[in-house]
Design a protein around this ligand. Structure first.
Ligand SMILES: [Fe+2]
Length: 233
């Protein structure tokens, strides 16, 4: 497929650490992503439609509703700032959490140390538009190298069978390697855990209405390994 845009070595994602000593999960070693069984219950739509959304652009025309943040305040920034070198874990629920008890309990029941929890609202974007937002995340800033590597879980809240998350591993040059492309389908209830610091990622959303998903930062370790095993496809 030809496209008018492709990341080059000057892309900011190339500055983000890739290989570190942090403990990682064996289940993610091969591909950096593992799909889970579809959620077997429905999250009520009002729990994500009626949250307080903030204007925060990441991966396209997006808005985020913070459900857990570093200090419990409604804030879309990363956990860190000049005054607070907070790792993306040990998060506290925000005022939005009371508006989405099913989502809040789903996250708490994972039983894993979680960081940022947000629902994302993404406007439609085709492949050529989405690829301009292809990027890697900075999930492990200030995370001690003896602590588990922070990864992300995804839960698709709306039903978008024609949309997918585009994933690619890094090639030897640190840029996306097309031969490693994976497309994760985004029908309602689709769930997966992905190392978004390792994999380039963006959602291609071929719909005509916004899509919503739940994104949660999780610390790698035995608890996450167990949850993945218990929810594997
Ligand atoms: Fe990202």
């Amino acid at each position: 497929m030809t496209t008018t845009f492709w990341p080059n070595a000057q892309h900011w994602s190339c500055e983000i650490p890739l290989n570190t000593p942090h403990p990682r999960l064996d289940v993610l070693e091969a591909h950096g992503v593992v799909r889970l069984r579809d959620l077997d219950f429905v999250i009520p739509a009002h729990e994500y439609l009626h949250l307080e959304y903030m204007d925060w652009k990441s991966g396209g025309d997006t808005n985020f509703a913070p459900i857990a943040t570093a200090d419990g305040e409604l804030d879309c920034r990363g956990f860190w700032n000049a005054d607070n070198e907070h790792t993306d874990k040990d998060a506290r629920f925000t005022s939005n959490a009371a508006l989405c008890p099913t989502i809040r309990d789903y996250v708490a029941d994972i039983g894993v140390n979680f960081g940022r929890v947000r629902t994302i609202k993404l406007e439609p974007q085709n492949y050529d538009t989405a690829i301009r937002s292809f990027h890697r995340d900075d999930n492990n800033r200030f995370n001690p190298e003896t602590d588990g590597w922070v990864v992300r879980s995804w839960l698709e809240l709306t039903d978008n069978p024609d949309s997918y998350m585009l994933l690619m591993d890094c090639g030897s040059d640190g840029l996306p390697d097309r031969s490693t492309e994976v497309r994760v389908p985004l029908h309602r209830g689709s769930r997966f855990v992905v190392d978004t610091q390792r994999l380039w990622h963006v959602v291609v959303h071929n719909g005509d209405a916004p899509r919503y998903a739940l994104i949660t930062s999780l610390e790698s370790g035995p608890a996450l390994d167990l949850w993945i095993a218990n929810n594997a496809q």
